[in-house]
Design a protein around this ligand. Structure first.
Ligand code: OFO
Length: 163
């Protein structure tokens, strides 16, 4: 059986993961509207990954006799000034999610909840990848600046992300 504090914190993290999916879907819609279908595809895949992250925690709660309680999601931003601004926002968002995961790890330790602690180790590793991917996209976009041809090349590159 899972403790109340961990149960509440994991439910809050389900909301964070689904909020991430919502944010990235909004970014996908923005990229489609800009004619950047490769970046849109990247974001759509990312949104799917975020739903899978939420489901990992969902399943953990179910398996341990906890109660999943879904919460309202904040409305994501609708528009960004440029592809660079969108990917910067994605990178900042991932840094924020890493902080949330780190706090959960501390809580699991405090509560001596080894099962949650172990489950969260997957997320610790995943966040390294999430930050790395978004930071690399930011670096590429910074390198080309406002050059349209460069942006189209990055669009193609990001659109080739494995699904
Ligand atoms: Fe779930 O890793 Fe991104 O937010």
């Amino acid at each position: 059986m899972i403790g109340k504090r961990i149960e509440e914190a994991l439910n809050a993290q389900i909301r964070e993961e689904l909020s991430s999916a919502y944010l990235y879907l909004s970014m996908a819609a923005y990229f489609h509207a800009e004619g950047l279908d490769g970046m849109a595809r990247w974001m759509r895949l990312q949104a799917k990954e975020e739903v899978a992250h939420a489901m990992r925690i969902f399943d953990h709660l179910v398996e341990r006799g906890g109660r999943v309680s879904l919460q309202a999601l904040p409305e994501p931003a609708f528009q960004w000034d440029s592809p660079l601004a969108a990917f910067k926002a994605a990178y900042e968002h991932e840094r924020y999610i890493t902080e949330r995961i780190d706090e959960l790890v501390v809580l699991a330790r405090e509560e001596k909840d080894n099962a949650a602690f172990q489950m969260l180790q997957w997320f610790v590793a995943e966040q390294v990848e999430e930050e790395d991917q978004t930071r690399k996209a930011v670096e590429l976009l910074e390198r080309v600046g406002p050059d349209g041809r460069g942006i189209l090349m990055i669009d193609q590159k990001l659109g080739a992300r494995a699904g």
